[in-house]
Design a protein around this ligand. Structure first.
Ligand SMILES: Cc1ncc(C[n+]2csc(CCOP(=O)(O)OP(=O)(O)O)c2C)c(N)n1
Ligand SMILES: [Mg+2]
Length: 814
């Protein structure tokens, strides 16, 4: 065979490969589009509750997916179904299972029916909650609904690659091979044009530019955020123009910025090839502004776009529909006589795609309704038996008939009928009724697993499974500043766990504003102990993303007052990771902050009620000193859960005994400590006010009042063994002290103790709470004295409680 023939054959073969790839892309585009069209119908006919689809965005995502490799990560939003399909992490049946809210994670792996359709994600943990080999799959972090909520975490997903690439030991350790191959993984972000208006977008873009991380950020620009046009959202009506100053130059690192069009297949493929190569090889962040994207069905099933789009725009949507354009391109393709397809070929593909989607949808619906039918049939059998045996047969039968006639009854209908029948027959003692009652209880249990499991880790590394180890002291233990205990503890942790990274404002070079990391950057390097910009939301995002890739970040928020900037990310993203994936993902991030009393409105906050109410899903530790804080860090690093540790701001220079087992001792979560035994009243507090209570208890003893003093130690979880109620059995009086606003964390603790623990049963006096004034704390020592509970306030409140019980022995003070 001559050389020319070989070249000719190779060319032919190449064309054949190319052609097949294009046709496969066309088919996927059609499948995804048909999924959107049928999905909308399912909602409009009442089979699913809400739909938001990726129609119009198909082509760009197909082009992107060609560059997506195993080990890479996505952090995107609800339009990305085509990307998820193209990387092999979503099929049509799963898509519809999500739309119907199928609660089996094997059938609906994204969220096990917990999130509305269009919220994607991969299963990165096995059934035991252990990491899978993330280098053997294409990964997507789990989506959340708040616009731009995907951004902060994206920073961390990209930064993890940089850490793995530059870390002196991690990349060679066997245990980390499931997360990285030398740090070459790219993090892919996606966002809509309108959502770029959000603060987290700008904060993330800036931070990624500063950090120079392998991130490819795509903006699907369809010109609208629901009904609001781009002109109302973005300076210069263009995100790439607005970000043009970020463009890197020869001498100045920054972004590489690409602009392309959502209907131009060839240009999209070319653009993503270049964009991803730059990010992967050079670790440079890249922005791909995909313009002229459309939205054939409008925003979601909640409205119609005809209300706000002009005739002209609607016409354009049809003309520039990316699949139509793709079709035109295929049909007009001609390279030296090589053609990809003729109209009939494409028609056949379209038909195949339609059939595939229809069949997959039907299978998904059948699977979904079959699981409901199991419950329906079981309940119906029991209900009919109850009706037969009931003295209220007519009433029961009426309910049974109504359920039998219901269209597509769901578990709510079934359970609701069963519970109603139980009420109707409340005075009957038949075995049929007992069986129904048992069935209801089993069903409630099963539905707990379906809808309420995995708020916290259920793996063996759950923080609650880790045993405490008490700090030990030598006979001649030194008394040192609290910060020294923390610093030396950090030293041990950084040495023990190469995957631990500590970062935050002023954490690196100066070792933290309170010197708790003094000398650590010099010892462990800038990669592991680092300064960040002033950007609390993305400090948390940086931690979430890295924790999702096997690292163990400790993110510092300089002061608790500034946690508010981070609370959205912690509440919406971090706290829900396990829950919203039903155990499919985890992000064991430790957030370290310092709070409670010091000086002034923004340096002495203790908004604990806000924190614990917005962060269910994250453990909240409130140590009274630095030994306790260190013990929490030590325990948490052995667990696979996220937590917030709030160091008491006024304790860094307080003296503490230096433990001999630094880095080893662990403080259990949910276990209060009784530091002083007493008989007259139980005094519960935590953090800085606990230390005031210790002094107050001493003064109260001098007044003849015996206080049992309990440090709650953690608020989430709170006193899991009911130590406090046990104390109430003895004292019969309860007082709670903290420095949150009134009815903040004290209300939470009261509910836990009196209602959950049945503590009310043991009370002889009304419970008393002492908290701060409802305004922010004023500056200066006097400001503190008159804003926050003082020792005097605590002593007087306790004395008042005793006066009420025994005025003869405790006469009124005033
Ligand atoms: C923080 C927040 N605000 C408002 C919403 C309601 N919302 C959902 S999508 C959307 C518009 C987003 O538009 P764009 O980013 O352009 O994405 P598109 O849907 O056009 O692809 C809005 C306002 C939300 N989900 N989150
Ligand atoms: Mg938009």
């Amino acid at each position: 065979m001559g050389k020319e023939t070989v070249v000719e054959n190779t060319k032919k073969l190449d064309f054949e490969t190319f052609k097949n790839e294009v046709l496969a892309d066309y088919k996927l585009a059609c499948i995804s589009r048909e999924t959107s069209l049928l999905g909308r119908k399912e909602v409009l006919t009442g089979k699913a509750k809400f739909g938001i689809f990726g129609d119009g965005k198909e082509l760009a995502q197909i082009a992107l997916a060609k560059q997506f490799q195993d080990g890479d990560f996505r952090s995107g939003y609800y339009r990305d179904q085509t990307l998820m399909m193209a990387i092999g992490q979503l099929n049509v049946q799963q898509y519809f299972a999500g739309l119907y809210a199928h609660t089996d994670e094997d059938v609906e792996p994204m969220t096990a029916g917990r999130q509305m359709g269009g919220h994607f994600g991969t299963r990165n943990l096995d059934k035991n909650g252990e990491w899978k080999d993330l280098m053997k799959q294409k990964n997507s972090s789990s989506d959340i609904s708040p616009t731009a909520g995907q951004m902060p975490r994206l920073l961390g997903l990209a930064l993890a690659s940089k850490v793995y690439k530059n870390h002196p030991t991690l990349k060679d350790l066997e245990a980390f091979k499931k997360f990285t191959n030398g740090g070459n993984e790219v993090a892919f972000g996606s966002i809509g044009d309108a959502s770029t208006s959000e603060g987290p977008f700008w904060e993330t873009i800036n931070a990624a530019g500063v950090l120079q991380v392998p991130m490819v950020m795509s903006v699907w620009d369809d010109g609208y955020g629901i009904s609001v046009t781009r002109k109302n959202q973005t300076t210069k009506d263009s995100i790439s123009e607005a970000l043009a100053g970020m463009q890197r130059t020869k001498d100045n690192p920054g972004y590489e910025i690409f602009v392309t069009k959502g209907w131009d297949y060839a240009h999209l493929c070319e653009t993503y090839e270049k964009a991803v190569a730059i990010a992967r090889k050079e670790h440079v962040p890249v922005l791909v502004h995909v313009k002229e994207v459309n939205q054939p069905q409008g925003h979601s099933t909640s409205g119609s776009h005809e209300r706000y789009k002009s005739e002209e725009r609607l016409k354009w949507e049809v003309e520039f529909d990316c699949i139509n354009k793709f079709k035109e391109w295929i049909l007009s393709f001609n390279a030296d006589g090589n053609k990809i397809a003729v109209e009939a070929d494409l028609k056949a593909i379209e038909e195949e795609a339609k059939k595939h989607v229809r069949d997959s949808k039907n299978t998904a619906w059948k699977d979904f309704s079959d699981t409901l039918k199991v419950d329906f049939d079981a309940a119906m059998g029991l209900l009919k038996a109850v009706a037969e045996s009931s003295s209220n047969k007519a009433f029961v039968q009426k309910e049974v008939d109504a359920l039998e006639k219901a269209m597509n009854p769901i578990r709510k209908d079934i359970l609701s009928t069963a519970r109603k029948v139980l009420r109707i027959t409340r005075n009957e003692k038949t075995s049929q009724r007992a069986t129904l009652a048992q069935w209801i209880q089993n069903s409630v249990h099963e539905n707990y697993d379906r809808y309420s499991s995995h708020l916290y880790s259920q793996s063996k590394k759950s923080a609650l499974n880790i045993e405490a180890i008490a700090p030990t002291y030598t006979a001649d233990a030194e008394s040192v500043d609290g910060r020294i205990v923390l610093r030396d503890n950090y030293d041990k942790l950084l040495e023990k766990y190469p995957e631990v990274l500590v970062f935050g404002e002023d954490v690196g070079k100066i070792g933290g504003v309170n010197q708790t990391l003094e000398g650590m950057q010099e010892k462990y390097g800038e990669l592991r102990v680092s300064d960040t910009g002033i950007r609390e939301a993305t400090i948390i995002g940086q931690g979430i993303g890295m924790a999702m890739r096997g690292l163990r970040p400790i993110a510092e928020i300089q002061y608790l007052d500034y946690l508010l900037y981070a609370v959205q990310v912690m509440s919406d993203d971090l706290a829900t990771v396990q829950y919203r994936t039903k155990g499919g993902q985890k992000a064991p991030l430790i957030v370290s902050s310092r709070g409670h009393r010091l000086e002034g409105i923004w340096h002495s906050g203790s908004p604990m009620g806000m924190i614990i109410n917005s962060l269910r899903g994250i453990h909240v530790c409130v140590p009274r000193n630095m030994t306790k804080a260190a013990g929490f860090y030590n325990l948490l690093l052995e667990s696979d859960e996220p937590a917030l540790v709030i160091e008491p701001l006024n304790g860094y220079r307080s003296k503490e005994l230096y433990p001999s087992n630094i880095g080893e001792f662990k403080i259990a979560l949910g276990v209060p400590e009784i530091t002083r035994e007493g008989n007259d009243l139980t005094l519960v507090s935590y953090g800085s006010t606990f230390n005031l209570c210790t002094v107050a208890a001493q003064q109260l003893a001098e007044l003849g009042i015996s206080v049992e003093l309990i440090d709650a130690q953690t608020l989430l979880p709170f006193d899991i063994h009911h130590v406090i109620t046990e104390s109430l059995e003895k004292t019969n009086r309860l007082m709670i002290v903290d420095e949150d606003v009134s009815s903040g964390a004290t209300a939470y603790m009261l509910d836990k103790i009196l209602v959950e623990q049945n503590g009310y049963y043991h009370l002889d006096s009304a419970p008393v709470t002492v908290s701060a004034k409802d305004h922010r704390p004023a500056y200066s020592t006097d400001g503190d004295y008159f804003s926050k509970p003082s020792i005097d306030d605590i002593v007087e409140a306790a004395y008042g409680l005793m006066h009420e019980a025994d005025p003869a022995n405790f006469p009124s003070m005033y």
